[in-house]
Design a protein around this ligand. Sequence first.
Ligand SMILES: NC(=O)c1ccc[n+]([C@@H]2O[C@H](COP(=O)([O-])OP(=O)(O)OC[C@H]3O[C@@H](n4cnc5c(N)ncnc54)[C@H](O)[C@@H]3O)[C@@H](O)[C@H]2O)c1
Ligand SMILES: O=C(O)C[C@H](O)C(=O)O
Length: 327
Amino acid sequence: MNSPMRVAVTGAAGQIGYSLVFRIAAGDMLGKDQPVILQLLDIPQSLPTLKGVVMELEDCAFPLLAGINITDNPETAFRDVNIAMLVGARPRGKGMERKDLLEANGAIFIDQGRALDEGARRDVKVLIVGNPANTNALIAMRNAPSLMPGNFSSMMRLDHNRALSQVAAKLGRPVAGIRKMIVWGNHSSKQYPDLNHAEVGGDKVARLVNDPAWVEDHFIPAVQNRGTEVIEARGLSSAASAANAAIDHIRDWVFGTRENDWVSMGIPSDGSYGIPEGVMYGFPVVCKEGGYHIVPDLEISEFSKEKMQATYRELVDERDSVKHLFG
Ligand SMILES: NC(=O)c1ccc[n+]([C@@H]2O[C@H](COP(=O)([O-])OP(=O)(O)OC[C@H]3O[C@@H](n4cnc5c(N)ncnc54)[C@H](O)[C@@H]3O)[C@@H](O)[C@H]2O)c1
Ligand SMILES: O=C(O)C[C@H](O)C(=O)O
């Protein structure tokens, strides 16, 4: 058996937390031979609820669960962590855009960035889920100057999985056969789900779909607006699918993406594909040996370039509105 890995989850008493922590403890994220210690953070008002979650974790008698700590102090939560999943933040309600949450949520990521900087392992993998995830991730990263930018990521995987699912349904093919999907940019309604490079069974998805109107008028808006649709239907934002995407994101980052495929991750932009440095942007990445690289040399159409720049511009606007929160 390996020695335990420490996994911090913030907002652990919330909806996503309730779907996430049980799956981590069951070994769905780090493997069936990897013990975990859960370091769960929430605000003082939510600690009574969190104690109930801990009781249930105990009652599952998970063989891989080597310890549980709960706290309302980010420094305690992030001490020596290998993985930090920053979920805790307010969700949007009906009629809101995710960026409307910046005011309420942005400041959370100052203290959490500082606490990661102070206490996390130097090779910590940080995933920001709390919305607006890309810009919150930028705030955390900018408040953690002693960690590398590459330690930080934001979640595009739910959008990526939604896009896979839309294509699988359109083609009547198993979702596992669809490869090389991309969701570029911001986790917002301006994101750009791009199926131009996607393949199934060696064929190009775009050729099999053969319906540009479906791509523009159905596929792209369906993926962009799926979060809103879930909120309309449930009265609450996506939780189980978000937790599932967070597990997929970390699992692939740790163990690598499958052969001949890639995933979408929000990562610090480095100038690739005409996206200047300075934002957290969804790119196609291959993960390997605990790291990742952006998939190079993809041919980008004029239509795609325009959409990629539009989602970039929104990220710049978000960044400019929270500059005062950077360390
Ligand atoms: N990136 C994505 O794809 C994606 C998908 C779904 C939801 N989200 C976002 O994830 C966040 C959480 O969603 P949820 O449905 O679990 O919400 P929720 O309201 O059910 O839970 C949020 C939890 O965070 C806690 N919290 C608030 N401030 C905190 C702080 N400073 N430190 C620690 N914990 C804190 C709350 O007490 C609560 O327990 C929201 O911002 C939501 O919009 C992102
Ligand atoms: O839409 C939301 O606000 C929640 C989440 O970001 C989602 O995409 O489901």
